[in-house]
Ligand binder design. Structure first.
Ligand SMILES: NC(=O)c1ccc[n+]([C@@H]2O[C@H](COP(=O)([O-])OP(=O)(O)OC[C@H]3O[C@@H](n4cnc5c(N)ncnc54)[C@H](OP(=O)(O)O)[C@@H]3O)[C@@H](O)[C@H]2O)c1
Length: 421
């Protein structure tokens, strides 16, 4: 615990306890919403914790001085984004004994080892609920609710922008570029959407969730990710025929004495709990033997929603709740794991083609679960779902298929999660 904001501590001054002074770094979308929410809810926070919070200083690019803000605060809330100077300020704050609250996924995903280590050394709290899926209390649930549960798998939709784009493409049959432009108009995608659509934003969140779930160091650079830029309306139309819906999934799972942490577009069977999550929403599932399966869903972004999660962290600190940031083991991260796939082939409509394709797949231990065939002039489209196989075997099969003279375009493939998960 911090020397300045200890559990249940109420520093008497005159008529009552002194307010808790919060140094706010960043007053943009989330920072401004946080300042407003804090002013509105200060009384409720005081009723719950015995301490009244107030903003004692604000830092932006153009105003405020970090050293002064630190000196005049009991707790620091970082809502600037980026890794520097956020990392430098986090370290300075914790070394000065100030609990540190952040919504910054990049900071935790890239510098988690260092920051957790310093928090432990200094005995201060480092809280970051809003860094993953904003208002959905997934960090708290894993760290506190399931502190004694051996989690097998954490996975879900952790990027609202891509979920909005994929939902719109499926609903309207529109192309990726057109739908992205609409998402930008509506404020669901940033002017530069690269981090979201490439899967990098989801990868940062999965690095954080994997670290918490498996008590092992995981950094962003160890998470393999692919985005949604290559998805076509055809993929979605054919998927509909197969009863599938498309999501950008983050998946962190235990595999024996290793783990895998990845982000990829994935088709889900219609009965899957994540299949109905539409629009800019997030949903995360936790699986473990002891609990079976838990799904949390809700808005994964937004100034007010994110600010509400940040305020929740402040309340937890004032109430003296101490989460466990423990690294218990170092599990190797593996990239080659079994998966099912959707495979889309455009081929010459000639006798024997299907048999040749089946032979290539069989030669690579890939077996077909279902096929839809459609004529397109002198050619044919084959859309199939293959049973679970090692990703490396599937990649080799696709490479071999691309070498067949009968293929009219390179094969397209997307992960699939089977009905029984
Ligand atoms: N927006 C969301 O829905 C959402 C959801 C979950 C998590 N988050 C996270 O919340 C954090 C804040 O996001 P946001 O959307 O509020 O960002 P934003 O609107 O861009 O605001 C950033 C604020 O930080 C200040 N700032 C940036 N760099 C600074 C620096 N080097 N020194 C001093 N001040 C600096 C900016 O100052 P100026 O005002 O002078 O430009 C601005 O006030 C990010 O880590 C983001 O990933 C956001």
């Amino acid at each position: 615990m911090s020397e300045t904001v200890a559990a249940g501590e109420a520093v008497e001054a005159g008529d009552g306890p002194k307010p808790v002074r919060i140094g706010l770094l960043g007053r943009g979308n989330v920072g401004a919403a946080f300042a407003e929410l804090l002013a509105e809810r200060a009384e409720a926070v005081e009723a719950a914790t015995g301490r009244r919070p107030e903003i004692s200083g604000v830092l932006t690019r153009s105003a405020g001085d970090f050293a002064e803000i630190l000196e005049g605060s009991d707790l620091i809330v970082e809502l600037m984004g980026g890794t520097e100077p956020a990392r430098e300020y986090a370290i300075a704050a914790m070394r000065a004994g100030r609990p540190f609250v952040t919504a910054n996924k990049q900071l935790l995903a890239q510098h988690g080892d260092e920051l957790f280590q310093i928090a432990r050394e200094c005995g201060v709290q480092l809280r970051f609920e809003a860094a993953v899926a904003a208002v959905i209390p997934i960090v708290r649930t894993i760290q506190e609710g399931f502190a004694a549960t051996e989690i097998e798998k954490v996975y879900g939709i952790v990027n609202g922008t891509t979920n909005f784009i994929l939902s719109e493409m499926a609903a309207c049959g529109a192309g990726y570029e057109e739908t992205l432009a609409r998402a930008q108009e509506l404020g669901y995608a940033e002017a530069d959407p690269t981090d979201d659509v490439s899967g990098a934003d989801a990868a940062a969140k999965m690095a954080i969730l994997a670290r918490l779930a498996f008590h092992t160091p995981v950094t962003l650079s160890e998470v393999a990710y692919e985005g949604i830029e290559g998805i076509t309306p055809d993929d979605l139309a054919f998927a509909k025929e197969l009863g599938l819906s498309l999501k950008l999934l983050g998946v962190a799972e235990r595999r024996g004495e290793t783990i895998s942490v990845r982000v990829f577009p994935c088709f889900l069977y219609s009965g899957h709990p994540l299949a109905p999550i539409e629009g800019a929403f997030n949903a995360v599932m936790i699986q473990a033997d002891a609990i079976n399966e838990v799904t949390l869903s809700g808005p994964g972004a937004g100034g007010l929603q994110t600010a509400s999660a940040v305020l929740g962290d402040v309340v937890s600190i004032l109430a003296g709740d101490t989460p466990v940031h423990e690294t218990r083991t170092e599990l190797p991260i593996v990239a080659d794991v079994p998966s099912s796939f959707y495979l889309h082939l455009e081929v010459a409509d000639q006798p024997g083609v299907l048999a040749r394709i089946a032979t290539v797949l069989g030669d690579h231990q890939v077996s077909v679960k279902s096929v839809v065939q459609q004529g397109i002039g002198a050619d044919a489209r084959l859309v199939m779902v293959v049973h679970e196989c090692l990703e490396s075997s599937f990649a080799r099969a696709v490479e071999a298929l691309n070498g067949l003279g009968e293929l009219r375009a390179p094969a397209r493939s997307i992960h699939v999660i089977e009905e029984a998960v």
